[in-house]
Design a protein around this ligand. Structure first.
Ligand code: SAH
Length: 228
């Protein structure tokens, strides 16, 4: 694979320095030994500094969530690595396109990481200015496998395109999102932050007929998912 800065010819200034700090961040994530190496390769290819405001670019390779406006945040790299590792565990071969529905486009970063893995992504955002910005950004960076859509104010997800084998929710649900569960294919998986006793936790939920098989993972802290 060619270095990301030649693959993304439109990236702003900050070129070589960002490539080095990105590599260091990925090395630190790799050192934990908990993430799928394919996910780390994908994250190495995505210029995270392009997904935040220019004033924030120098902090893009800190392992922290950053504000993206409208009270929303781009997730912490560790959490992106964890969610993506959980998401691709269910994909037989990530080099062939496997469709993923993402709820909460935000900056578009998580969608770009999934696209680097070979998935085709439908990503939904409820806040219109964020939707516009991330849609333009993903197009500028050449992420043709990502379809960014403005979410309806009344429905969570995209029932007209269901069922999806994979759903990744990057906003925290305060109750089980039945409407999204119904958009999962039988045998498919949904990764989401969900309120639990003692705080929000990351869950992987597999659909087995009408049954939701739940697996609980780490404690997380996401901005709220707007549910109906
Ligand atoms: N994945 C993003 C971070 C998401 S922040 C990234 O990589 O940058 C969570 C986003 O979910 C916010 O932008 C918020 O507006 C959006 N959101 C909340 N509820 C939603 C809903 N019901 N449908 C679509 N987007 C929603």
């Amino acid at each position: 694979m060619a270095p990301s800065d030649t693959r993304h010819p439109h990236t702003r200034g900050y070129g070589m320095a960002s490539a080095r700090s990105r590599e260091r961040l990925i090395e630190r994530l790799a050192a934990t030994g908990t993430f799928d190496p394919r996910v780390l390769e994908a994250m190495k290819a995505v210029p995270r500094h392009e997904f935040v405001d220019e004033a924030m670019a120098s902090r893009a390779y800190d392992d922290s969530a950053l504000p993206i406006g409208h009270g929303q945040t781009i997730s912490q790299p560790t959490i992106v690595a964890e969610m993506t590792t959980l998401a691709i565990a269910g994909m037989e071969d990530t080099t062939v396109s496997d469709q993923v529905l993402e709820i909460g486009t935000g900056s578009g970063y998580q969608a770009a990481v999934l696209a680097e893995l070979g998935a085709s992504v439908v990503t939904m955002e409820r806040v219109e200015p964020l939707y516009r910005l991330s849609r333009a950004r993903l197009a500028r960076l050449g992420y043709r496998r990502v379809e960014a859509r403005l979410a309806s104010q009344d429905v969570v997800g995209l029932p007209s395109r269901a069922p999806f084998k994979h759903i990744v929710v990057t906003a925290g649900a305060d109750h089980f999102p039945t409407e999204l569960f119904e958009q999962l294919a039988d045998g498919g998986c949904m990764i989401l932050p969900l309120a639990a006793e003692g705080g929000q936790r990351l869950y992987r939920i597999r659909r087995d007929g009408h049954t939701a098989v739940r697996e609980v993972h780490d404690a997380v802290s996401f901005v709220p998912l707007i549910q109906s």
